[in-house]
Design a protein around this ligand. Structure first.
Ligand SMILES: Cc1cc2nc3c(=O)[nH]c(=O)nc-3n(C[C@H](O)[C@H](O)[C@H](O)COP(=O)(O)O)c2cc1C
Length: 505
């Protein structure tokens, strides 16, 4: 079957000849018909000069050298491609990383429109789809026990921290996100009674302004609590941990979008304030080291965790993306041997998001969340230490059904980052790294931040939390349990072809 094909070469030859012909034609028309044609002459003359420049002077772009101004159309279409695909051509279930169906659900909840959908599911019902199992005898709503998860209780510390909702705003640094977005999230978290992770953005100045519960993240560069050599400054950590809003400390080892690599903040996004809060120079990409200098093996890692626990006096967790379950299993065994445990471990799936990361890392590293979570839970059980720490999970968990699935596989509570970005109005424009986020979330450009009104968006965050927690409670009832802690693998339908089918031991 023959397909219609655009002969660009021929098209360009015709266009380039036409431009010259039109220049001459309009010049003659200006001389013999009306003076006004000279305006056209100027326009076509300009095109001729640009065309000459593209074809014979510049040497960088092959397409422009070969095709002249017509080649420029290709560049224009290419740059508009993502928008054209998103608005005109992609189906509701096609977009990546999140489909329109997924995003629309968050938008609806954030706006407080919790309408039912009609006719049938738009999602796959294929041979690998994991589904929740309902019970023939759902639990009455009245029997549901309030959600409570207390960090630090295993060590019997004084400053335990209790979650009363299953969801936490996952780490997104001030730097990756701009000030209004951080403040809207922090205020929304306060209003909805959930905690927020600060991300590795240094001293959490803007988070603290809003007054909610915070988990301070210490990345490998230790922004906010680093000494002159980039090592932990204990006095600074002690000072930070003494602030009433700081409830827990999280030592970040890796994140799903770039495991094995440190954080990256492109120079375009480094303002004077960010440079001050992180203690880094302006005008240069900020690249954090891929590991904590204090942690070079399991023993030194555990010693460091214990040191942070002692200095801060707070529940202290770790965040990582799983590369090898064998390696993580060895770490757990070392924990059991030394009787040193973080208060939680947060598992970030390889599908996790980021403000900026090199493409090979985003695409090719990191176990996907659900098998990693199932594997970690099983390792902890095998060692008899599942009751020594909590497990958190992150990785595209943007609705209650996904939260429940993760909990069935071992999560005690859920981290979400991009779900909360959607609640702020993120349109998945994929411009988080170049400071041009069109909805003012992942940018420090004041003209783009203008559209993001903190109080308005905080309300959306609160609506999203309330709507999703409501769904979560309904799902627990339908499954036939009365509290999240009762969820387990048997509440999932896992078809034999699923990636999860082999994970149970
Ligand atoms: C804009 C952005 C910035 C992020 N910054 C951090 C960070 O500072 N520290 C970190 O551990 N993870 C960071 N993450 C990863 C998230 O915390 C989370 O682990 C990951 O995106 C998976 O959750 P999600 O699928 O709900 O987004 C960031 C993610 C995004 C989208």
């Amino acid at each position: 079957m023959s397909t219609a094909k655009v002969d660009l070469h021929r098209l360009a030859r015709v266009a380039n000849t036409m431009i010259v012909a039109l220049t001459v034609g309009s010049f003659l028309a200006g001389l013999y018909i009306s003076f006004w044609f000279h305006f056209l002459t100027v326009f076509f003359l300009l095109l001729t000069v640009i065309n000459f420049f593209y074809r014979y002077v510049q040497t960088r772009h092959t397409i422009l050298r070969n095709f002249g101004v017509i080649g420029q159309v290709r560049y224009m279409l290419e740059s508009l491609g993502p928008e054209l695909r998103q608005y005109l051509f992609s189906s509701d279930t096609e977009e990546r990383p999140f489909t329109r169906v997924d995003r629309a659900e968050v938008y609806r909840k954030a706006k407080g429109i919790d309408a039912a959908v009609s006719f049938g599911s738009l999602l796959e019902y294929g041979p690998t789809e994991v589904k929740l199992r309902h019970s023939m005898y759902p639990s009455p709503q009245a029997d549901l026990e309030p959600f409570r998860l207390t960090f630090g209780e295993e060590r019997g510390i004084e400053n335990c921290f209790t979650l009363t909702k299953p969801i936490i705003i996952s780490a997104m640094s001030f730097g990756a996100l701009g000030e209004p977005a951080i403040r809207a999230l922090a205020l929304g978290a306060l209003q909805s009674g959930i905690a927020m992770n600060t991300g590795e953005g240094g001293w959490p100045k803007h988070h603290l302004e809003e007054g909610g519960d915070l988990i301070f993240q210490m990345g490998t560069a230790k922004f906010g609590v680093r000494d002159g050599e980039g090592m932990l400054d204990e006095a600074r950590l002690r000072e930070l941990a003494s602030l009433p809003a700081i409830k827990m400390i999280e030592v970040k080892f890796s994140q799903g979008a770039k495991p094995g690599k440190g954080g990256l903040l492109p120079k375009e996004k480094i303002t004077q304030e960010i440079s001050d809060l992180r203690g880094v120079p302006m005008g240069k990409d900020v690249i954090s080291p891929p590991y904590h200098a204090e942690c070079r093996d399991h023993a030194s890692t555990l010693a460091f965790i214990q040191r942070v626990q002692e200095v801060s006096g707070l529940p202290t967790g770790i965040k990582m993306c799983v590369g090898s379950l064998d390696e993580v299993g060895e770490l757990f065994a070392e924990m059991a041997r030394r009787d040193i445990f973080p208060d939680y471990i947060a598992i970030d799936g390889g599908e996790g998001g980021t403000g900026a990361a090199p493409k090979p890392y985003i695409d090719s590293f990191g176990m996907p969340l659900l098998p990693a979570l199932a594997g970690v839970d099983q390792l902890l059980r095998d060692l008899g230490i599942r009751n020594r720490l909590k497990v958190l999970a992150a990785g595209k968990l943007i609705g209650a059904a996904k939260w429940v699935m993760a909990m069935c596989l071992g999560a005690d509570a859920i981290y979400s980052a991009r779900g909360f970005m959607f609640s702020l109005g993120c349109i998945q424009a994929l411009h988080c790294g170049d400071n041009t986020c069109p909805v003012g979330i992942a940018t420090h450009d004041k003209t783009l931040q203008h559209g993001l009104v903190v109080e308005e968006k905080a309300e959306r965050v609160k609506n999203y939390v309330e709507g999703a927690v409501h769904d979560f409670e309904e799902l627990l009832c339908s499954i036939g349990v009365t509290h999240a802690g009762a969820l387990n693998r048997s509440h999932l339908y896992i078809p034999p072809q699923s990636i999860l089918a082999g994970e149970a031991r």
